[in-house]
Design a protein around this ligand. Structure first.
Ligand code: PY5
Length: 304
C-alpha cells in the first residue's frame, strides 16, 4: 500500500510507522471493534470528504451496538479526519477510522480502554480501474451473509469481515472478480464490501435493510440521486434467479464506488457490459463527489 506521513491515534498525529498497538489488543483476538471506509476526492475547491458526518454517525451507531463507548464525539471525529487528510496533503484517497478495545484484560467481559485511529492513503478503484467501465464477473458464494439473529448486521464490526473475506476468496479462487452473498433466507443480500442494485424494466431495485445488509452510504446516495432523476426505486427482496433476469446490475460502496456487474455464475447480465442506467448513475455520482454539481454540495466536507 501507498503510505503517507501521519496517522491520527488517540487524539494526536503520530508517524505512520509509529501507529502501533500491543499484540494482546482485545479486538485483535475477538474482532469486537468498529470501523469505517470513507473517500476524499479532489475538487476544484480543494479536497472534499464525501458524507463524512454520516460515516462518523454510523461509526458511533456501530460502536453502540457492540457496547463500546467512543471517547470522541462525532464532531471531534469529523475534525480529526480533516486534520489527518490535510496534514498528509492527501488530495484524494481512502480514509479508515477504527475504534478498538486495547490491551488490558483478556476475558470476554473485559472493558478495556477504547482506542481510536484514523488513517488515510491514496487508493484507486477497489475492483480495478477497468472494472468501472467494463464491469465485473461475480460468483454467488456458498457462504451466506451473517444473520441478523446472530449478530447486529447493520453495524460495521471488524469481526464480521471474516464472512466477507471467505466469500471474496471463494469468488476469486474460482476465477471470478467478486462475490455476491445470499442471506440465510435465500434472498440476495450484498457483496462482501458492497451493496447491490439491479435494473429491471426501467426500475432500480435493491434489497431492503431487512435482508441483513449494511446500510451503505453509497447505496443511500444512489437511491437519492436516482429519485432526483425521477427514476423508480424499489427496495425489495431479490431471489438468486432474478439476478440473471436483470437488465443491468451494479455494486455500490465507498471503496467500490459504482461498479457494474457484467456476469454472474457464468451467466451474462443484460448486454454483458455497463448498462445505460448504471452509466448515468455512475457518471452523476462522480460529478457529485468531484464537486461538479452544486446541488449536492451538502454531501461534501472540504478539508480546508
Ligand atoms: N456492505 C458491506 C458489507 C460493506 O463493507 C460496505 C462498505 C458496503 C456494503 C457499502 O457501504 P458504504 O457505501 O457505506 O461504503 N465496505 C467498506 C468500504 O469502504 C470496506 C471494503 C473493504 O467500501
Amino acid at each position: 500500500m501507498q503510505t503517507v506521513p501521519y496517522i491520527w491515534m488517540d487524539g494526536r498525529l503520530v508517524k505512520w510507522e509509529d501507529a502501533k498497538t500491543h499484540v494482546l489488543t482485545f479486538t485483535l483476538h475477538y474482532g469486537a471493534g468498529v470501523f469505517e471506509g470513507i473517500r476524499a476526492y479532489k475538487t476544484h475547491k480543494g479536497t472534499a470528504v464525501f458524507r463524512l458526518k454520516d460515516h462518523m454517525k454510523r461509526l458511533s451507531d456501530s460502536a453502540k451496538k457492540i457496547r463500546m463507548k467512543l471517547p470522541y464525539s462525532i464532531d471531534e471525529l469529523v475534525s480529526a479526519t480533516k486534520e489527518t487528510v490535510a496534514s498528509n496533503k492527501l488530495e484524494a484517497g481512502y480514509i479508515r477510522p477504527i475504534a478498538f478495545f486495547g490491551y488490558g484484560e483478556m476475558g470476554l467481559k473485559a472493558k478495556n480502554r477504547t482506542s481510536v485511529a484514523i488513517a488515510c492513503w491514496p487508493w484507486g478503484a477497489y475492483l480495478g480501474e477497468a472494472a468501472l467501465a467494463k464491469g465485473v464477473r461475480c460468483k454467488v458464494s456458498s457462504w451466506r451473509r451473517i444473520d441478523s439473529r446472530t449478530l447486529p448486521t447493520s453495524a460495521k464490526v471488524c469481526g464480521f469481515y471474516v464472512n466477507s473475506i471467505l466469500a471474496s476468496l471463494d469468488a476469486t479462487e474460482s476465477g471470478y472478480e467478486e462475490a455476491i452473498l445470499l442471506n440465510t433466507g435465500g434472498n440476495v443480500a450484498e457483496g462482501p464490501g458492497e451493496n447491490i442494485f439491479v435494473v429491471k424494466d426501467g426500475q432500480l431495485i435493491t434489497p431492503p435493510l431487512s435482508a441483513g445488509i449494511l446500510e451503505g452510504i453509497t447505496r443511500d446516495s444512489i437511491i437519492r440521486i436516482a429519485k432526483d432523476m425521477k427514476m423508480t426505486v424499489v427496495e425489495r427482496n431479490i431471489k438468486q434467479d432474478q439476478l440473471f433476469d436483470a437488465d443491468e446490475a451494479f455494486f455500490t460502496g465507498t471503496a467500490a464506488e459504482v461498479t457494474p456487474i457484467r456476469e454472474i455464475d457464468g451467466i451474462q447480465i443484460g448486454e454483458g457490459r455497463r448498462g445505460p442506467v448504471t452509466e448515468k448513475l455512475q457518471s452523476k455520482f462522480y460529478d457529485i463527489v468531484k464537486g461538479k454539481d452544486r446541488k449536492y454540495y451538502k454531501w461534501l466536507d472540504f478539508v480546508k
